[in-house]
Design a binder for this molecule. Structure first.
Ligand SMILES: Nc1ncnc2c1ncn2[C@@H]1O[C@H](COP(=O)(O)OP(=O)(O)OP(=O)(O)O)[C@@H](O)[C@H]1O
Length: 258
């Protein structure tokens, strides 16, 4: 069964139509990018799926069940996870404590009942960190980490909830190109191995074309194209939409001849 089905989603702000009959599906294990010029409606669509915004009309189905009107917390419990653009980790705590906190809150347990907090879910947290290649940094303070490593901790935190669907808003913002590729390689391998569907917005076209299996292009609230990275790169409407920023649609840097 399709993991996520978005049907005729619409949202207006006053006279501005931010999303118009947006419809698409996302399968388990798939990396789907949502792109579009500034103001195209990416955040609006993203926030309607995350539950931060209520659509004017349309439906959102997760595993065939409507979640259109569910709160963000209810969606989270049904398997919708999210990473955030701004580092949300508690910088004064260690890496493993941050992931433990996420696990504790996912299991909705009161802290410190009989075990010292530092022991709660430590094993599970270490497993997640090993998956991120961060096991060696487990007991370091988050404040001492390089930015790329903080992003990995954020990914571990998002995975602590065991999501079926992971929403990533500008996951590589502020990162150096090599770190971006590494984070997205890691994300796609986890998405494939855990069969998590990933929907991400991204301005960096190298990241989009290098890591998405499929790309949706929004323009003025409407999906104007959907397809593989190659199809999208060659689509005349998409090229038109990005006119003036055409370099954005070139092949990823790594594929370009030196
Ligand atoms: N809360 C709001 N109130 C009024 N207008 C809004 C609101 N949120 C979004 N809009 C408008 O809706 C349209 C789509 O905005 P949205 O932020 O979804 O685009 P975006 O593709 O995410 O843009 P960006 O890439 O710049 O973040 C824009 O015209 C924006 O001004």
């Amino acid at each position: 069964m399709t993991l996520l089905a978005v049907q005729n989603l619409g949202k207006s702000f006053g006279g501005v139509v931010a999303a118009r009959d947006v419809a698409f599906t996302l399968e388990r294990g798939e990396m789907l990018a949502l792109i579009g010029p500034n103001g195209a409606g990416k955040s609006t669509v993203f926030n309607m799926i995350g539950g931060q915004l209520r659509p004017d009309h349309g439906a959102i189905l997760l595993d065939g069940q409507a979640i259109t009107a569910a709160s963000p917390q209810a969606r989270f419990r049904k398997g919708v996870g999210r990473t955030f653009q701004v580092a949300q980790t508690f910088l004064s705590m260690t890496v493993v404590e941050n992931v433990q906190m996420a696990l504790v809150s996912c299991h909705r347990e009161a802290q410190g009942l009989w075990k010292p907090t530092r022991e709660h879910y430590r094993g599970q947290a270490l497993e997640l960190l090993a998956l991120m290649g961060m096991a060696d940094a487990a007991d370091r303070s988050c404040s001492a980490l390089a930015y790329g490593d903080v992003k990995r901790v954020e990914l571990a935190i998002a995975l602590a909830g065991g999501p079926k669907l992971l929403l990533m808003d500008e996951p590589t913002a502020g990162m150096a190109p090599r770190e971006r590729a590494a984070l997205m390689d890691l994300t796609s391998s986890i998405a494939a191995s855990r069969q998590i569907g990933v929907l991400f917005t991204e301005h960096d076209m190298d990241v989009v074309f290098g890591h998405a299996a499929r790309v949706l292009v929004l323009l003025r609230g409407e999906i104007i194209a959907a397809g593989s990275p190659d199809e999208i790169r060659q689509n005349p409407r998409v090229r038109q939409a990005y006119l003036g920023d055409e370099h954005a649609l070139h092949a990823p840097a790594l594929e370009r001849p030196a």
